[in-house]
Design a protein around this ligand. Sequence first.
Ligand code: DAH
Length: 340
Amino acid sequence: MKEKTEELRKKLSEMLAAAETDAAVEAIRVSFLGKKGAVAELMAELRNAADKKSAGQIINEFKTEAEQMISDAAERIKRAALDAEIRSAKKYNPDIRMNNVRGSYHPITLVSREVEAIFKSMGFTVEDYYEIVDDYKCFESLNIPKHHPARDMQDTYYLDNGQLLKTHTSAAQNAIIRKYGAPLRAIFPGRCFRNEATDACHENTFFQMEGIMIDENISISNLIYFMKTMLSEVFERDIKVRLRPGFFPFVEPGFELDINCLICGGEGCPSCKGSGWLELCPCGMIHPNVLAEGGIDTEKYTGFAFGLGLTRLAMMKYGVKDIRDFNSGNLKALSQFGSN
Ligand code: DAH
């Protein structure tokens, strides 16, 4: 009996080594351990054996061993199939863990968080708003009726369903004023879209940070105070600001807020075209029509609003010369600004 099981063990081992699929292993299992398999045949021979007891033991030992060999082979095939799958997936999805790249925040996120923290410390809430809005939100609620020439300043992406990609964060003003009423202090950063021809200073996708404050007796001096405080903290030095008249239908009076040039400190240099000032933030006193459209009592309340160019601010703060770097997905360019 011993020779017979030795012979079977050798045969089984060879057959399993050659097997490459689950089905092949299963067929081998049946031929050895199945009802009419080799082990069953040995059992049948047992009836005529001289030494039944020891022969039976030998067969049982072989049976246990054969079961183990078969399950090992099945395991080997399963693992090989898995390895092959991983290898072929890697061809298309290179294992990024191998590059040892650490993630970092986008510079716009960093500046946005910094400005948010400053305004939060001055009692403002930070609001979020949609990127797809309707004509009412983006224009009409802001005192820009249909066919108003001010619409030409913002070359807008319209969707087939009549909605549009918001061209400015001002599009959230009406919803936020309606939601909270007066008094109100809120900022709302957001991504904006315009059909711009792109170059180093223009992008079709950029970020703004809108801010509004509505209360009794709010005046332009409140506006100047908040802007100056925020900018001085962002740039970590005392920033001088000046207001020039500017036209926006949703503010009256409206201004362009300039800051003294950070490169020359106001002396005049090529970066500020010799003027000593950089245009940074349009702003103004919220137009009574806009307040009324948001359900505010215009006899009692006034407010200011500003639309800070967040992308522009990030360019100035980090010295980024080409606005297109921000949307480039170029990790080398984007990961230099901080990794926390
Ligand atoms: N929404 C304007 C734009 O993107 C910018 C702006 C101007 C926002 C004056 C304001 C403001 O809140 O008061 O062109």
